[in-house]
Design a protein around this ligand. Structure first.
Ligand code: MN
Length: 131
């Protein structure tokens, strides 16, 4: 038995917002989160993300895709930061380009995950950012 592989997080009392325009990517993240019992709000573009956060300020963590319709994830994060300086925002981008991490942090993201996203890393990055 590998104890590390068996970590199960309990996020039943946490509300996540997943900002992701690609259905398959969303399905993957939802699958990763299934056993944690996290509650999930799914939005598909940057404007919708800002609006959904305004309406649901109790959101505990935001998983922010960067390439999005309307405004991108950097801009959406900047706008969300005008509403809350503390809600954890974790950026995810398809391109592990030099500079994306820095741009994410400059925009106000707390952390950054490069796609393709692996389950164990994904969950541990969320765990270290949840307040
Ligand atoms: Mn995208």
């Amino acid at each position: 038995m590998n104890a590390i592989a068996d970590i199960t997080y309990d996020w039943a009392n946490k509300l996540f917002m997943i900002v992701e325009d690609n259905d398959n990517n969303f399905d993957l993240l939802e699958t990763f989160l299934k056993k944690t019992h996290a509650k999930i709000i799914w939005v598909k573009d940057g404007d919708e993300a800002v609006e959904a956060y305004r309406k649901n300020p109790e959101i505990d963590v935001i998983l922010m895709d960067i390439q999005l319709p309307t405004v991108n994830g950097f801009e959406a994060t900047k706008q969300i930061r005008e509403i809350s300086s503390t809600v954890p925002v974790i950026a995810q981008t398809a391109f592990a380009l030099i500079g994306d991490r820095e741009k994410s942090l400059e925009a106000g993201c707390n952390d950054y995950i490069a796609k393709p996203i692996r389950k164990r890393l994904f969950l541990s990055v969320i765990a270290r950012n949840l307040i």
